[in-house]
Write a protein that binds this ligand. Structure first.
Ligand code: 1GP
Length: 235
């Protein structure tokens, strides 16, 4: 099998000053038969497809990733809410640890549980420090993980948490305001975190407009993730 080095696309993007855009699909809010039409509707500059959600019925991830694979050559990364969502059908896995919270289940428990499925995987596993930042509403992440988001005015705590993740060896840092956030992660937070880390920075949650996306890029996001803005597929 050809080894697809997904992480390199992140580091190269930084070197080439190219911005990355991931569109997130929550299988729970998606009809598989609309996969082709959906992929035609997303921006041309989309570089990655993320698939995952806080709660996804068993087996649905694989079916959806397979459907996407038929219609796109863009890399598909699993953005899992828990270890049951991992499928080899995708190209890569964001191996998330929820660093903003103090729930051991999402710091290390789910990760240990995933290992038996990852021993023989073809997925590129990318260690990712995941920080939930207050986005103005109680997010599904906060509800499912029973953790609190870090308030946006606690910039130092956010910066220190991101840096701790990097020092622990995490290859990506992900600032998440939560799907459907009314307030995306502030530009000041993005730029302060960016100054302190030397691994790629992903920002998502509540980013709906071109302007909001550009604000995140200009502040230092290497990748922006958008989900809700493209959830337009009514039954
Ligand atoms: C990805 O959870 C976000 O980080 C997606 O958020 O649905 O608000 O775009 P939106």
């Amino acid at each position: 099998m050809i080894k697809k080095n997904l992480y390199q696309t992140f580091t190269e993007a930084i070197t080439l000053k190219k911005k990355l855009l991931a569109i997130l699909v929550d299988p729970d809010k998606f009809r598989i038969e609309q996969a082709a039409e959906f992929l035609r509707s997303i921006p041309l500059e989309t570089t990655h497809i993320f698939v995952g959600g806080s709660t996804v019925p068993n087996g649905l991830m694989e079916v959806l990733v397979d459907a996407f694979k038929l219609c796109t050559s863009r890399p598909i990364l699993i953005f899992p809410g828990d270890s049951s969502q991992i499928t080899d059908a995708a190209d890569g896995l964001l191996f998330l640890s929820l660093l903003s919270g103090r729930n051991p289940e999402y710091l290390i428990g789910q990760q240990v549980q995933a290992v038996s499925n990852l021993r023989t995987t073809s997925l590129e596993v990318i260690s990712t420090g995941y920080l939930l930042i207050d986005g103005g509403i109680e997010s599904a992440v906060a509800q499912v993980t029973k953790t609190s988001a870090i308030p946006q005015d606690n910039v130092q705590q956010i910066v220190d948490t991101a840096k701790a993740g990097m020092l622990l060896g995490m290859k990506l840092i992900y600032l998440e305001a939560g799907s459907g956030a009314t307030t995306p992660v502030a530009a000041e937070i993005i730029s302060e975190v960016k100054k302190e880390i030397n691994v790629p920075l992903i920002v998502g949650g509540g980013i709906r407009s071109e302007t909001q996306k550009q604000v995140a890029y200009e502040a230092g996001a290497d990748m922006v993730v958008m989900g809700t803005a493209f959830e337009r597929f009514d039954p």
